[in-house]
Design a binder for this molecule. Structure first.
Ligand code: COA
Length: 184
């Protein structure tokens, strides 16, 4: 496991730079993005704009430094809700007994093959955490959930202390309280 503790140090020691991600727009070159997972490339090419226009999720783009039309990575963020019964008992026990608990979900996250291994995946994940934390100040959000496409992707999130749901190990979450401590 990483490691939220080590990030905690680096985040708190650095001045916070404005987030460099921007919502997907018509100028972004979606056609050439390739992350090694076809369904994530196809989603960006064929569905991300529609989902955004229909207000079902926002697709956040990290543009390449040299050419802002080029997409170095992206993630999607949406509202979500979870039944307390799906959470680990020790977490559910501390929540009110509502049928559904509000949350945010990072449905997809991908970095272009060209830029992998340079810390952009971590940057995007922290960006999504920061945005969820900001939103949680306006409306209740208990946690940031993520949908991992496979065990390898779940490994990436596990590296950042995300907790798998007992009955759905590819769906993981991090409480907003933990995120708030990270960015305090
Ligand atoms: C997973 C992905 C987003 C990682 O992006 P990246 O930019 O290469 O990752 P980073 O360089 O930011 O790596 C950050 C840390 O995560 C670790 N890491 C990366 N992939 C990992 C994995 N699958 N399992 C465990 N740790 C992983 C790195 O070793 C690094 O750790 P360190 O800082 O302690 O050395 C990228 O490989 C990708 O786009 N994969 C295809 C799509 C995908 O699987 N998306 C995720 C779920 S939908």
């Amino acid at each position: 496991m990483k490691r939220l503790t080590s990030i905690l140090l680096s985040v708190s020691q650095q001045p916070r730079s404005p987030m460099a991600t921007e919502p997907l727009g018509p100028a972004h070159d979606r056609g050439v993005f390739s992350c090694g997972r076809q369904e994530l490339d196809r989603y960006l090419r064929e569905r991300a704009r529609q989902d955004q226009e229909r207000k079902t999720s926002v697709c956040w783009i990290l543009p390449a430094r040299t050419d802002r039309r080029e997409i170095a990575g992206y993630y999607t963020l949406a509202a979500y809700s979870v039944s307390p019964g799906a959470l680990p008992p020790e977490v559910a026990g501390k929540l009110p007994r509502y049928p559904l608990i509000p949350a945010a979900i990072l449905g997809r996250l991908a970095v272009s093959e060209k830029y992998k291994g340079q810390g952009l995946g971590e940057y995007l994940l922290l960006d999504a955490m920061q945005r969820s934390l900001d939103q949680s100040k306006s409306l209740g959000l208990f946690a940031l959930f993520v949908d991992a496409k496979d065990e390898q992707a779940a490994g990436f999130y596990g590296h950042y202390d995300f907790i798998p749901l007992p009955s759905q190990p590819l769906r993981l979450f991090l409480p907003i309280k933990t995120i708030a401590d990270l960015f305090a």
